[in-house]
Design a protein around this ligand. Structure first.
Ligand code: KG4
Ligand code: ZN
Length: 329
């Protein structure tokens, strides 16, 4: 990827991009299985590198190699780090560790757009994280709320499993929910909205999943229509909490810009509700381009470039890069 320009309006051009999904391998486990992920990374990374170098016409012009250092599954992170370090030595280029969540948070910069007005809020929603970040500038930000148990994407995946839908469940739940919504049928199923009225910006999704489990147990055998109804009721509850908490945080911190990132930001209903919120509050809403919602390498390149612009000396400092499974923002 070629990155030029300064904050707040950097410019990115993708020279080569390739993605190898492991989803079919993890489906039997209903989620990502760490040692399998590691084995697949070791196998796939050289293949991917060859493909992108072919597309980009070689490695000439490469100034820096960016690699995810965390958060995430450490065996998988280590594989990427070792691969990047070897490449750095071979090509004699610096290797820059990038925070996965910075990748999600700055994905919106891929689309050229207007200046961001600070303070801004970032809503980061993925399979491992549900966070509201207060951004005072591009380099001064802090988490003001996060999930106390499951992440929202994780809840989508777990509910999908309860409904016998394959991993990852988010897109499938969303499709079923939309089908039921379009039919306009009344429903008696209403799931709780955990922590919706608490005086903070934290979330909790494990109780919601348990409520879905009890409802499914009570109903017994589910036909397609019941599955759609459950998916609809679950999605309504999960998304409403995100919208309510975000709305309150925007109000409390006087933010008029809302940045969104992470796999769940692909959710059609969440996007619809966010657009509604943007209209209601005259918000500047920044969603990632659709291809950059779920995990991808481009967002890590964007995260690296933002770090370089924020801290120009970063490339000159050598430090040991380690995998940090629980790396904060
Ligand atoms: O950011 P991401 O690709 O990986 C992590 O960093 O976790 O997010 C993956 C999560 C999964 O839980 C997946 O089910 C969810 O994002 N997801 C969705 C949708 N697309 C992906 N959840 C709801 N609706 C979707 N359309
Ligand atoms: Zn992610």
């Amino acid at each position: 990827m070629e990155a030029t320009g300064e904050l707040p309006e950097p410019h990115f051009k993708v020279l080569g991009n390739s993605l190898l999904s492991q989803i079919h391998i993890h489906q039997d486990y209903g989620g990502v299985y760490p040692m399998l992920a590691k084995r697949e990374h070791i196998k796939n990374l050289p293949v991917l590198l060859e493909k992108i170098l072919e597309e980009a016409g070689g490695m000439e012009g490469v100034d820096v190699i960016a690699v995810t250092a965390g958060p995430g599954l450490e065996p998988a992170l280590w594989t990427g780090i070792e691969f990047a370090k070897d490449l750095g030595e071979k090509w004699k280029k610096p290797v820059l560790p990038v925070n996965h969540m910075h990748g999600h948070m700055f994905s919106f910069l891929f689309e050229p757009s207007e200046l961001v007005k600070f303070p801004a809020l970032a809503l980061l929603v993925s399979g491992g994280h549900t966070e509201i970040v207060l951004m005072k500038s591009f380099k001064d930000y802090e988490i003001i709320g996060k999930t106390r148990d499951d992440a929202v994407g994780e809840a989508f995946d777990k509910v999908a499993r309860l409904l016998d839908l394959p991993y990852p469940g988010g897109p499938k739940i969303s499709a079923l929910a939309d089908m039921h919504r379009q039919k306009g049928l009344a429903s008696e199923i209403i799931f709780p909205r955990p922590m919706i009225n608490t005086d903070d910006f934290d979330f909790s999704y494990s109780g919601l999943k348990t409520s879905v489990l009890y409802t499914i147990k009570k109903l017994g055998v589910l036909n397609e229509e019941k599955k759609e109804e459950i998916a609809h009721a679950f999605e309504d509850a999960a998304i409403e909490v995100l919208i309510e908490k975000t709305k309150r945080a925007l109000d409390k911190f006087g933010a008029s810009t809302l940045i969104v990132g992470g796999g769940v930001s692909a959710n059609r209903y969440l996007q619809e509700r966010l657009r509604g919120l943007a209209l209601e509050l005259a918000l500047d809403l920044r969603l990632p381009p659709p291809a950059l919602t779920t995990d991808n390498a481009i967002m890590i390149g964007i995260g690296a470039y933002v770090a370089i612009l924020n801290h120009p000396k970063i490339l000159g400092t050598t430090r040991e890069i380690t995998a940090q499974g629980n790396l904060g923002i």
